[in-house]
Design a protein around this ligand. Structure first.
Ligand code: PLP
Length: 404
């Protein structure tokens, strides 16, 4: 994805051409970028030979999941819907991990019937529920325990999950109790210790701390875990400032952690696989002069891309065609929705824009479409996958008829 001369291209298709063909707003993904990310991920963790389970909630599009499956990944799911779409996309049950704090009877029952690889339990009650359902189905099932390592992920507060005040996982004490309990169960097979401390992590320290908490918990439990599931959370470079998590370093501290253990590693990456593979193309409806700034009113809004409104996240915005001029006003990029949080970014020194121009919101492949809604009764945008010079609709734009 880059400018050629003045025009922005995904592979060999210009954004202007795509917008003409598919209309706006429109999510657009690059297959080559997905492939590159997966190859990079594998290379970085080559020595560890992990089981990599793509976090489906980052992007549950069936075609994308099928491609990710063909590139060798499994899936981490957090609902029966995600489990169904993962299976439908061809991902083998033996590569599926089920996470989440509130799995219902129906969800656990379905997961056990499909014989998925692992359920990571997040409470005592859930362990008992899984045991009960396994008994009903006359099975012995693999189970993991998610530990809350009380580790600050040093990321946005809203996407931290590993502190003791967060709802996720169990404390060390409960973890130790559960290890004892599960070891004596006829229907549960203790397979895994899991953690996931948060998302968009750019520093190595939180991971270092997480591993040392794991180390201690494992020692105390006196149990040889066949699998250690380290979750996801690897951050991406949203601001294009080259601020990245040092993956080589992350790999090396994991290698050190594994010394003297027979455990295998599971990863559940979402954002780092799919985040930078997608853009959102939008057209400027109006430009409205405001006090000290111009409002650039787009045809996309917080219902299509909620991260800025939900987490105060910032996505780069770039023009589809560069014109090398400069506006002396601050541009505030907003959507048409009736909320003041329906804004994407305020940018100084942007090139001069006019109504009808196309803009691109970058790095929206993860938690973009998957967080979209129909707020203000707006139909969801279409999704396009660019693969080998072909553009293919992988989910249709919703019609008003679908909604009304
Ligand atoms: C969301 C989530 C992930 C993926 O996180 P990323 O930051 O997208 O890599 C992995 N594991 C669990 C349990 C999650 O909830």
């Amino acid at each position: 994805m880059k400018y050629k001369k003045k025009k922005f291209f995904i592979e060999n298709l210009s954004v202007n051409l795509l917008a003409n063909k598919f209309k706006t707003p429109c999510y657009c993904y690059s297959y080559n970028k997905i492939k590159e990310n997966i190859i990079d991920f594998n290379n970085n963790f080559k020595k560890i030979k992990p089981l990599i389970c793509f976090s489906v909630k980052a992007n549950p599009n069936k075609t994308i999941l099928r491609e990710i499956c063909n590139l060798g990944l499994g899936a981490d799911v957090v609902s029966i819907g995600e489990l169904m779409v993962a299976l439908k996309s061809g991902i083998k049950p033996s590569k599926i991990v089920f996470s989440g704090v509130g799995k219902t009877f129906k969800e656990i029952d379905y997961a056990l019937k499909k014989r998925i690889f692992l359920i990571n339990a997040e409470s005592k009650s859930e362990v008992l529920a899984i045991e009960k359902i396994a008994k009903l189905q006359k099975k012995r099932v693999n189970i993991g325990i998610r530990l809350n390592p009380n580790t600050d992920a040093k990321t946005l507060r809203q996407i931290s999950t590993g502190k003791k005040e967060n709802k996720f996982g169990v404390s060390e004490n409960i973890f130790l109790d559960l290890v004892k309990y599960i070891r004596n169960s006829n229907n549960l097979n203790l397979k895994c210790l899991s953690v996931h401390i948060g998302s968009q992590i750019l520093e190595i320290k939180p991971y270092q701390k997480m591993l040392s908490v794991l180390e201690k918990a494992i020692k105390k439990s006196q149990f040889d875990f066949e699998f250690i599931d380290l979750g996801g959370g690897i951050g991406i470079d949203y601001q294009n400032t080259n601020k990245k998590l040092n993956l080589k370093k992350y790999a090396s501290i994991i290698e050190k952690f594994l010394k003297g253990k027979k455990s295998k590693i599971i990863f559940e990456p979402g954002r780092s696989i799919i985040g930078n593979t997608g853009i959102l193309i939008s057209k400027i409806i109006y430009i409205k002069e405001g006090y000290k700034k111009d409002f650039i009113i787009l045809d996309t809004a917080m219902n299509d891309l909620m991260r800025p409104a939900l987490y105060n996240a910032r996505h780069r915005i770039i023009p589809s065609i560069k014109n090398f001029s400069k506006s002396n006003k601050i541009y505030e990029f907003v959507g048409p929705i009736c909320e003041s949080t329906d804004k994407f970014s305020s940018i100084r020194n942007f090139q001069k824009l006019k109504e009808g121009d196309l803009i691109i919101i970058c790095d929206v492949g993860a938690y973009g479409m998957s967080l979209s809604s129909n707020y203000n009764l707006r139909p969801k945008p279409c999704e396009i996958l660019i693969k080998n010079k072909n553009s293919q609709i992988i989910s249709k734009r919703q019609s008003l008829k679908d909604l009304i």
